[in-house]
Design a protein around this ligand. Structure first.
Ligand code: AMP
Ligand code: MG
Length: 397
């Protein structure tokens, strides 16, 4: 049986980001740049006025001296002629400074009459001019290959004239849910059957991690059906099968994986919940068999599958997103496995996330999820952690 770190290394080690594709900037947000994204223009692209007022020659300006008005420049226009000595041109914020002008006289410090403007003070050269290229130069790298296209970066790229960026392709995740006992979400109860939640959670968590999900629906516990569904589901980057990876007479998933040419990498991890997790590969397709208990599915997805999806999407350091927290009550790992305890998570007075494990714990205790915000992680082998101990937490929001 693998430790969590060994299993993670087997999933992520050598896993390369998917190929690059060009996408419009609006679709690039939240994805990872596959090539450096560089500014197409200088910013500002030309000398611009920072104020509403008058474009002037600074040397002409003195209190009370009349400057003849020669037209104006609104935002988006360019002056038809240069500014001669002794003249001024009305200018709007953001408009291009006419050639010859070297300063902007703010409207508030000027009086206009009889086709002329009189400054009430001298203005120094460069006043209220945003210089071409003072922010950045064309060709400057705004997002390195491998960096996340966050909203600030997307905004910078838009201003810098970039319309299309090269990003890593989104992983395609095929999803098969097994279990003859499963009722669709929200269906009327039936004797002997339970409501399915794993398919829903995998869909939600995978979509949030940036994957495109192909849902093959729920199938009954039947060997042929399972094999056929898996054969069809092996067409993408990741196949996730929920349930049926244990050793019961109705668990057809592992033999079906092997029938379909999937090579086993590991089965069973020292994690609770989630011990029966199965992982293999066929070609470049990663194949996960998730234990059916809903909490196992959630924990295994967050710890193993989400990092794999983020890595395929281009993230360089795709590890599980654990945060630092603190226990408010004692906790302990059970039977030789790192244990994820359902817990409510609240910031303490000092801002540290405080984890309070729910009273009910267990891979089938789905009701306890309703009281929790995620999990507190009790590592195996260090015995009971007293209240106040630092712990990793896994937040689900
Ligand atoms: P399995 O791994 O198929 O043996 O399932 C383990 C437990 O999880 C059983 O009690 C199943 O009824 C339950 N289970 C399996 N799949 C789901 C699902 N999609 N949603 C909710 N519970 C499930
Ligand atoms: Mg089952």
């Amino acid at each position: 049986m693998k430790t969590i770190d060994e299993a993670l290394e087997l999933v992520l080690g050598g896993l390369e980001p998917l190929s690059a594709e060009p996408v419009p900037l609006v679709s690039a947000a939240g994805r990872v740049a596959a090539a450096p994204a560089v500014s197409a223009v200088d910013l500002p692209p030309f000398d611009r006025s920072a104020m509403d007022g008058y474009a002037v020659r600074a040397a002409d300006t003195a209190p009370g001296v009349a400057l003849r008005l020669v037209g104006g420049v609104a935002a988006g226009e360019v002056a038809s002629a240069g500014l001669e000595p002794g003249t001024a041109a009305r200018i709007s914020t953001g408009a291009a400074i006419p050639p010859g002008a070297d300063a902007v006289l703010q409207s508030e410090y000027a009086t206009e009459s009889d086709g002329a403007v009189k400054p009430d003070r001298a203005v120094p050269p460069g006043m209220h001019i945003r210089r071409r290229g003072e922010d950045l130069r064309a060709g400057l790298e705004l997002a390195a290959a491998g960096s996340a296209l966050t909203l600030p970066r997307v905004s910078a790229l838009a201003s810098a004239g970039v319309g299309t960026v090269s990003v890593h392709r989104r992983p395609r995740l095929d999803l098969i849910v097994t279990g003859s006992e499963l009722l669709p979400v929200g269906a009327p109860p039936e004797p002997g059957r339970i409501h399915e939640s794993n398919g829903l959670m995998v869909r939600l968590m995978a979509t949030r991690a940036g994957a495109e999900v192909i849902d093959h629906g729920v199938i009954g516990d039947d060997r042929d059906t399972t094999r056929d569904a898996i054969a069809e589901g092996l067409a993408g980057d990741v196949l996730v099968v929920s349930g049926g990876v244990s050793v019961g007479p109705h668990d057809h998933v592992k033999p079906s994986f092997l029938d379909c040419g999937v090579e086993e990498v590991f089965w069973r991890v020292q994690i609770k919940p989630g011990k029966p997790l199965w992982f293999g590969r066929r070609g470049s397709t990663l194949v996960f068999g998730l234990p059916g208990n809903p909490l196992s599915t959630i924990v295994c997805f967050a710890v193993f599958i989400e990092p794999a999806l983020r890595r395929l999407s281009g993230e360089r350091d795709a590890r599980p997103r654990l945060e630092a927290g603190r226990l408010t009550a004692p906790a302990e790992a059970s039977d030789g496995r790192t244990t994820f305890l359902t817990a409510s998570l609240r910031p303490g007075a000092d801002g540290v996330l405080e984890a309070t494990p729910t009273e009910r714990q267990g891979s089938h205790m789905t009701g306890a999820l309703g009281e929790s915000d995620g999990f507190a992680v009790a590592p195996d082998g260090i015995g009971e952690l007293p209240a106040g101990s630092p712990v990793d937490v896994l937040r689900l929001v």
